[in-house]
Ligand binder design. Structure first.
Ligand code: GLC
Length: 636
């Protein structure tokens, strides 16, 4: 099973996808990488991008207007009409930098070795200085933690490990004071098997909530042995059906057996889940990242999935996902959800976990031309590949520009389910420079941008070396082919104040702190103007201040070049920047062909360069770029 964007065969195995995608990416990349390229030395500091942005054009009148209503929780219409119109025309999320927080690993405030909400609150200054617009907090609801929070047992509370509702409300308020919006992770596909709904549903066929889940009588084998109704497999290994003797039926679970799928054909499920979403919207969250959203519905006839041949890392047959993923019914739900979200003021947002095989498949998730579904389905096709390939990036970026009815892509290079981009794109020798290329691509391309905690300082994937140390269940069952997702979930590396990198005061953190924290950490990198962290800060500041990066169209330059990706962003008012990224280990020289591409101006003035010191040039001159060099320039 391969899903890595770059490895996906045409029309390939996972023709539709789901969160299956991440597993595929993870497996394929782990299998192909062997020992990963863990090494590095870094450098670093900076002016707060937010401060820098402020002094520039960030607070244009229109943005100010958007900002002023952005935090209002009153129903729509309470905001001044002009402000609402401005926010509508250029909503905040179109240009947002969204920062994913995996709460278990971000900051521990009470010394139990596990991150928590008060820990997040302690780090808001850092996030504001980095310049992020919103944080997405992975699930922090009560949960047995089989899938570390993605198995929710109460949608209207906070897990005691992470804090209390009062802590959450305080975090929300403090985040607002730092100009940071809060998005929660909403898991709609399944609950925990400890959720009271499921406990009731599994107790009797006549229980009032039995139909909240997907049940089937199954088949009978020798001696009337109950057998699953079809060949569907769980993404996390084994049959997707679990037998419950009390009801003499099987329930369906796309993920772990402790994560029974909800039955979205039952209108009461929608009612209950929308109610849970309202609970948080009413408290003031800006919106949600919708987990595994492509898998809400299954074929009511429970037809067998077509086999693709071969087996995956969990030893299961590779199957197509024709009947368990991306069924059309999901879009009706999303449209109603969007209408619900839009009934709130303040620029509420729906982000989707939308792994799809090709860019045009993202279009329906926006609602096509109507744009009445998700504002930001994630585009994982640009950033979740395994290969630094200029031609492929060029192609994917242009697809995102032309195949989405003008909707805004949300680019993702890292998350808590995939090997970090540091290790996927790094060559083992130039990872630091390559990470700067990735950051430049993410932050100067057309679209909103997602940063996963630690990405900005170059945290590595540190995969367990012994099966007994593995925390992620798929790493236990898949060992050694699939070592699970612990590697990308290790604690955030803040400083060198203790052996836990400032993440915790406990010697026993839930996952070990990688030893490279002594050089790869926020404090050290903050003090070094040339660090990866400060590279990110400067890029984010540029996004805020430069109209070409914010709103410009993309013009690909030097297109035949297989080693260097070069593009211009041209703002409606004419402001233009050029970005040139050498994706090869050899020095390259780039011919912009700017005149032919219709760019105006005579000179390119360097705004940012890696390595530092790359000089500006006349627009007609060839631009020399060192191995894995990155250059961002203003055309004047
Ligand atoms: C999503 C999450 C992943 C989780 C799965 C099941 O893909 O990102 O971490 O295991 O859904 O909820």
């Amino acid at each position: 099973m391969k899903f890595s964007a770059l490895a996906l065969p045409a029309g390939g195995p996972r023709s539709t996808v789901s969160s299956a995608a991440f597993a595929g990416t993870m497996r394929s990349s782990r299998e192909m990488m062997g020992a990963s390229s863990m090494q590095k030395n870094r450098t670093a500091p900076a002016a707060s991008p937010r401060a820098l942005g402020r002094s520039l054009s960030r607070f244009s009148a229109c943005l100010l207007a958007a900002w002023s209503i952005a935090w209002a929780d009153e129903p729509r219409g309470a905001a001044p009409a002009g402000a609402a119109a401005a926010a509508h025309a250029d909503p905040w999320w179109k240009h947002a930098v969204i920062y994913e927080i995996y709460p278990r690993s971000f900051q521990d405030s009470n010394g139990d070795g596990i991150g928590d909400l008060n820990g997040i609150a302690q780090r808001l200054d850092y996030l504001e200085a980095l310049g992020v617009d919103a944080i997405w907090i992975a699930p922090m609801y009560p949960s047995p933690q089989v899938d570390f929070g993605y198995d929710i047992s109460d949608y209207r509370n906070v897990d005691p490990q992470y804090g209390t509702l009062a802590d959450f409300d305080r975090l929300l308020k403090q985040a607002r004071a730092h100009h940071i919006r809060v998005l929660l992770d909403m898991v709609l596909n399944h609950t925990s098997d400890h959720h009271p709904w499921f406990v009731e549903a599994a107790s009797s066929r006549t229980a009032s909530r039995h139909d909240f889940y997907v049940w089937d009588d199954g088949k009978r084998g020798a001696g009337a042995k109950p057998l699953p109704p079809n060949n569907w497999v769980s993404l996390f290994g084994g049959s997707a059906w679990q037998y419950v003797p009390a009801v003499d039926q099987f329930y369906y679970h796309k993920f772990y057996r402790q994560q029974p799928d909800l039955n979205w054909r039952n209108p009461k499920v929608e009612q209950a889940m929308f109610g849970a979403m309202r609970f948080w919207l009413d408290r003031g969250v800006t919106g949600f990242r919708l987990d595994a959203i492509t898998t809400l519905f299954e074929d009511p006839q429970l037809r067998d999935e077509p086999a693709l041949g071969g087996t995956n890392a969990q030893g299961d047959p590779n199957l197509k996902n024709t009947y368990t993923d991306n069924l059309p019914e999901v879009h009706d739900v999303i449209r109603r959800m969007r209408a619900m979200i839009d009934s709130y003021s303040g620029g509420r947002l729906l982000v989707g976990e939308t792994y799809v095989p090709k860019t045009s498949d993202l279009d329906p998730w926006y609602g096509g031309a109507k744009r009445d579904e998700l504002q930001l389905p994630m585009d994982t096709l640009v950033g979740l590949g395994n290969k630094l390939d200029a031609a492929l990036f060029r192609q994917r970026l242009m697809e995102a520009e032309t195949e989405l009815h003008g909707s805004q892509p949300l680019l993702v290079f890292d998350n808590h389910d995939n090997i970090r981009s540091w290790d996927r794109f790094g060559d083992g020798g130039h990872n630091d420079r390559i990470a700067r290329i990735v950051a430049a691509l993410l932050l100067t391309s057309h679209g909103a941008a997602l940063i996963y905690q630690g990405e900005e300082i170059g945290q590595r994937t540190v995969t367990p070396t012994r099966v007994e140390d593995v925390q992620d269940p798929i790493g236990k069952t898949g060992w050694p082919k699939d070592k699970g997702r612990d590697g990308e979930r290790t604690p955030m590396q803040w400083d060198i104040s203790n052996a836990q990198a400032g993440f915790s005061t406990s010697a026993h953190t839930w996952l070990p702190v990688p030893p490279d924290y002594r050089t790869v950490n926020v404090r050290t990198e903050s003090a070094d103007p040339e660090s990866l962290l400060n590279w990110h800060k400067r890029l984010i500041a540029l996004r805020r201040s430069n109209s070409a990066v914010r709103n410009g169209r993309t013009v690909m330059l030097d297109q035949p070049n297989a080693s260097v990706l070069t593009y211009a962003r041209v703002a409606p008012g004419g402001e233009t920047i050029v970005v040139s990224l050498n994706m090869s280990g050899k020095e390259q020289s780039v011919s912009l062909g700017a005149r032919a591409a219709g760019l105006e101006g005579t000179r390119c003035r360097t705004l940012l360069s890696s390595p530092a010191g790359l000089e500006g040039r006349g627009i007609g001159e060839r631009i020399p770029l060192p191995p894995f060099g990155a250059w961002v320039a203003a055309v004047e």
